[in-house]
Design a protein. Structure first.
Length: 82
């Protein structure tokens, strides 16, 4: 029934303030704008990470060296008691 008739909520609205931090509509609108800005900043930063890994030719996550990680695991395995 919800699929055909709709749930009555806006798309993507899963309850912005479940803990009740926004006591009035003006504060809720302000918190929603701050959340939107932080989400956009996070997406921009992630795009920078991906661009840097492509431009430098390193793997993603960039600067993670699988050879060094394998050596660390091997050294840890040698030191472990059977």
């Amino acid at each position: 029934d919800q699929m055909l008739g709709g749930s009555g909520r806006e798309p993507g609205d899963y309850g912005f303030d479940p803990l009740g931090f926004a006591s009035d509509p003006a504060k809720k609108a302000d918190l929603q704008m701050k959340e939107l800005a932080n989400g956009r900043l996070a997406m921009f930063a992630f795009g920078g990470f991906v661009t840097q890994s492509v431009l430098t030719g390193n793997t993603f996550p960039y600067l993670f060296d699988y050879q060094t990680a394998g050596d660390i695991v091997a050294i840890a395995a040698q030191g472990a008691s059977p």
